[in-house]
Design a binder for this molecule. Structure first.
Ligand SMILES: Cc1cn([C@H]2C[C@H](O)[C@@H](COP(=O)(O)OP(=O)(O)OP(=O)(O)O)O2)c(=O)[nH]c1=O
Length: 204
């Protein structure tokens, strides 16, 4: 594989997104904004609208930082991942109790993982944005309370939407997936490559 001939900015502090982006040979630099995006759900907002809006806010915030710091203009990639079950949006658990509640809810059932990605390209005063939201269905086996507690006593749930990581110990809870493994981990690579190519980034 030839390396991409154009560097991009990755507007994400997620180590998984970094690792995944490397899989498709993208040359990138991290662009972290000083200002955290407000990830609270607005009243009446659907999960799809929520994940798309937060992704757009992350992109806007990174664009603002690029302009403010007078950095060279490059395509910027942002993403947001959320887990949805019973119409509820599960973000990152705040503590052990919340992690246990989340995994208990997921046990023995199928839930959705939504990952929205956005690529923005600023040229002069114009910014073009390409965005897509990828959905996967993930089925968990029935889990005993001891297993749930033991899992929540590890560090794995705490920086992840829905309190689990499919790339780690929780892989043994997942009986089936329909969708994108990389999407569940936080960056759907098929869709990411498509958007980056639309923004003029050469990948192969
Ligand atoms: C469901 C699931 C989520 N996750 C992670 C991916 C994301 O890092 C995290 C969801 O949180 P996000 O808010 O999407 O991302 P983040 O806060 O980690 O990073 P940033 O906002 O700076 O881009 O959950 C996994 O690693 N494995 C999984 O199986």
């Amino acid at each position: 594989m030839k390396p991409a001939d154009q560097k991009i900015y990755l507007a994400s502090k997620s180590p998984r997104r970094r690792e995944l982006l490397r899989h498709i040979g993208i040359d990138f630099e991290l662009l972290l904004s000083e200002k955290e995006v407000d990830e609270s759900v607005l009243p009446g907002e659907s999960p799809l609208d929520y994940v798309a809006r937060v992704t757009r806010d992350k992109l806007n915030s990174a664009q603002h930082t690029m302009i403010l710091r007078q950095l060279p203009h490059r395509p910027i990639l942002s993403a947001d991942t959320t887990v949805v079950i019973d119409q509820l949006i599960l973000g990152k658990p705040a503590d052990n109790d919340e992690a246990v509640q989340m995994i208990t809810r997921l046990s023995g059932r199928t839930h959705q993982v939504l990952t929205s990605i956005a690529v923005g390209l600023t040229m002069g005063v114009e910014t073009e944005v390409w965005q897509v939201t990828q959905q996967s269905d993930v089925s968990f086996a029935e889990l005993g309370t001891e297993t749930i507690q033991a899992y929540c006593n590890t560090l794995e749930p705490y920086d992840k939407a829905g309190a689990y990581g499919i790339q780690g110990l929780a892989s043994m809870f997942v009986s089936n997936i329909v969708g994108s493994h990389s999407g569940i981990m936080g960056l759907p690579l098929f869709e990411t490559a498509q958007l980056l190519q639309k923004a003029g980034v050469r990948i192969l």
